[in-house]
Design a protein around this ligand. Structure first.
Ligand code: SF4
Length: 354
């Protein structure tokens, strides 16, 4: 393994990514997130809006060790204070990384925002001469690119598939063929959360306790299986389980199972939910189909019903409760109609912490 100055030697998830498939090999750059490096300048402009700085992955995995934190701060200060030297080291590292991939016979994939949210598309590279990187023995460099006035790192290394998560909803990178972004969702801020339908990228959502099958109408894929987000199907929600300090998050950045199941959106749970209510809500969240027999208030007979998604928890136009706890048109909470349900078939299968 090469001795990198900036890139990380590995992380559990990256190592997993590198073994789970044969095509790509990946490395990652970890910096100190938000304004952690000097308390003033941020490398995550949306961290406070999305309220993700407390629950940041910076505290997960190797990030628990103080020497790792110190190294991240040092690298970030270099990025902030001496951009030319930082880019020189990064370009040198990338040269080594390309050699590593060459040896392994794998395609290179790089994630530069492991724990930062830098808009690399705007970090100007210019001509390579200023970086005094000796590229004569680095045949992995695309010589044609070396003579260009490169706008950014993506242009200098067209042979690399770059990818990142971002909290910045306004980033426009679709014109960059070798850069893939996944937007990282948070419900900590209503305005930010309302961008879910507008942002054109896949959405990463951090869940507290389990991954649902669907979220806001999109299929949820398990984002913890590997890290190579550019391989994901478009129009997906990338579900990630909370790690490190995120497990204690209460800002809305980490989505709680019952919260989604019950409301399907960003409302708070009703107070004093019964065990049965929690069970039904959890069933939806876990993607269970809920079979039960239901009796309308004015009728005596029970009729079988099957609910497939949480969106079935609605009133009809006559303000008649179909089933479930939901909000009426005036925004009022209506009680879950459990007393009119019988023979509910998924109750035994769901574990609910009470
Ligand atoms: S979650 Fe992302 S944007 Fe938020 S502080 Fe961490 S690295 Fe920065």
């Amino acid at each position: 393994m090469p001795n990198y100055a900036l890139l990380s030697q590995g992380s559990t998830k990256i190592n997993k990514s590198n073994t789970i498939q044969d095509e790509y090999f990946s490395r990652i750059l970890y910096l100190a997130p938000d304004d952690l490096a000097d308390g003033k300048r941020t490398v995550c402009p949306y961290a406070k809006i999305a309220k993700c700085n407390e629950a940041c992955l910076n505290s997960a995995g190797m990030g628990v060790f103080s020497n790792v934190q110190q190294a991240r701060v040092k690298k970030t200060l270099l990025f902030l204070n001496d951009r030319t030297e930082f880019m020189r080291l990064l370009i040198k590292d990338i040269g080594k990384f390309l050699k590593e991939c060459d040896k392994l016979g794998k395609k290179p994939a790089l994630r530069l925002n492991g724990t930062s949210d830098i808009q690399w598309e705007n970090i100007y590279i210019g001509n390579m001469e200023q970086y005094s990187v000796d590229t004569t023995n680095l045949e992995v460099f695309d010589k044609k690119q070396l003579n260009l006035d490169c706008q950014n790192i993506f242009e200098l290394f067209p042979q690399i598939q770059f990818y990142d998560y971002t909290k910045i909803p306004t980033r426009k990178v679709s014109h960059i063929a070798n850069y893939h972004l996944t937007w990282s969702y948070s419900q900590a801020n209503d305005k930010y959360a309302s961008l879910f339908e507008k942002v054109p990228y896949n959405k990463a959502v951090v869940f507290m306790d389990a991954l649902p099958k669907m979220f806001k109408g999109l299929k949820v894929i398990d984002g913890d299986k590997h890290d190579m987000r550019f391989l994901d199907k478009t129009n997906s929600v990338v579900g990630l389980l909370a790690k490190g300090k995120a497990k204690q998050d209460d800002t809305g950045f980490v989505i709680k199972a019952l919260q989604v199941a019950w409301w399907g959106d960003n409302m708070k749970l009703p107070p004093n939910m019964t065990k049965e209510e929690k069970i039904v809500a959890t069933a939806f969240f876990m993607g269970y189909t809920l079979h039960f027999d239901y009796k309308k208030v004015e009728e005596d007979e029970y009729t079988p019903r099957t609910l497939i998604t949480v969106s079935d928890l609605k009133y009809n136009h006559d303000d008649e409760i179909l089933v479930g706890g939901c909000i009426n048109n005036d925004g009022d909470y209506r009680q879950f109609f459990l007393e009119n349900m019988t023979n509910i078939q998924c109750w035994q299968k769901i574990y609910v912490e009470t």
